[in-house]
Design a protein around this ligand. Structure first.
Ligand code: CP3
Length: 343
């Protein structure tokens, strides 16, 4: 087997697979004791600048769970930090921005990303791909809306009020902001693709806060720009958001090859909403992993049953692995999905 004909890439291309491929969003880090040990005394964003550490953390879930793809250990705010935005990741909180972006003058702080700004990411990708062998590596970036929310709010936000105030009240400023972020996301993905990742995922974690008409008008053009900027590389492009049941068609329209689905919409219904020509990724509720094994398997079987007629299905959770998840439950789940779908 080569990376190109790995089950994960085949499923992304909607080709027949020997078994349904599995990986987990936020599989690197979080619940693994070996991750906590590797990270001891090293701040999150510093750890992303150390290629050997990135490779080690990226490989940990592959070794432990036998997942069908690795995701690069990094963060959606790495390219923002790299262009000089004063930000930090606070444990248990998330990204915090020292001076939020609220005015036209603030936009000057968002200069384009130069590949040299993230040379450590390129180095980490090359080293990780060399170690992974036949297992594909997924690169990623934050989508313009989700990055904009952190920048405008100054940190994690429940209601995205400042973000939406700009979106509705200063549409031209907003359009310029998300356009700049699209350029940064596209450049960050391009660095990863040129260094050897086999697929990319655009995380629009907070897009579910938007009504479809607003998403279409104020956000979709920027995300579409990211997808079209990397289209010529020919690697599968995954588009993921949370609470996006009403946006699934638009997430596909933005240009992705694979649409990620959270746990709120069954995959057969999601396929109808997304329309033909796309693979789907998802969508077990991450909280299910706290239930006994038999219940986890029952819920996983429901996901597989809903995905039975899809031409391409990548099994994943509906959102990231929760920090207190028992790692053994993840290992058992990978084995279960492989067994159930083999042959
Ligand atoms: O998926 C993976 O395992 C690869 C690595 C990865 C991280 N962040 C590492 C990380 C990926 C793909 C991300 C993406 C990311 N970062 C998203 C989109 C995905 C999603 O879950 O919706 C978002 C919104 C962020 C921003 C961010 N960074 C948050 C909300 C947090 C959590 C803060 C906390 O401590 O609860 C981070 C920090 C972060 N990024 C951690 C990891 C492993 C935890 C930091 C630590 O272990 O100290």
């Amino acid at each position: 087997m080569t990376v190109t004909d790995s089950p994960f890439l085949k499923a992304c291309r909607r080709e027949p697979v020997p078994h349904t491929p599995v990986w987990f969003m936020r599989q690197a880090g979080r619940s693994l004791p070996e991750y906590r040990k590797a990270r001891e005394g090293i701040a999150m964003l510093d750890s992303c600048t150390r290629p050997e550490l990135v490779t080690e953390i990226t490989l940990q879930p592959v070794r432990r769970h036998g997942v069908d793809a690795a995701i690069l250990f990094s963060d959606i705010v790495v390219p923002l930090k790299a262009i000089g935005v004063d930000l930090d990741i606070k444990p248990g909180v998330g990204p915090v921005i020292a001076e939020p972006i609220r005015t036209r003058a603030d936009l000057a702080r968002l200069r384009p990303l130069d590949p040299a700004d993230v040379s450590y990411v390129a180095e980490a990708v090359r080293g990780t791909v060399a170690e992974l062998g036949d297992v594909p590596l997924i690169g990623f970036a934050g989508a313009p809306f989700t990055l904009a929310s952190y920048l405008v709010e100054g940190g994690p936000s429940r209601n995205h009020e400042h973000t939406k105030a700009m979106m509705y009240g200063a549409p031209e400023l907003w359009a310029e902001l998300v356009d700049r972020l699209a350029g940064i996301a596209a450049a960050f993905l391009s660095v990863q693709i040129e260094s050897g990742v086999s697929a990319v995922q655009l995380f629009d974690s907070w897009a579910g806060a938007l009504a479809p008409a607003d998403y279409r008008r104020a956000v979709l053009p920027a995300s579409a720009k990211v997808f079209s900027a990397v289209a010529h590389h020919g690697v599968p492009r995954i588009h993921f958001g949370v609470g996006t049941g009403e946006l699934l068609g638009l997430l596909g329209e933005a240009g992705a090859d694979v649409v990620g689905v959270d746990w709120r919409v069954p995959l057969d219904e999601a396929a109808r909403r997304v329309g033909p020509g796309k693979a789907l990724q998802g969508n077990l509720d991450p909280a299910v992993l706290f239930a006994p094994t038999a219940a986890v398997q029952e819920q996983a079987d429901e996901v597989l049953a809903a995905a039975r007629d899809l031409p391409g299905h990548v099994f994943n959770l509906g959102h990231g692995v929760l920090p207190d998840t028992d790692p053994d439950a993840l290992t058992r789940l990978v084995a279960h999905v492989h067994e159930r779908t083999a042959g």
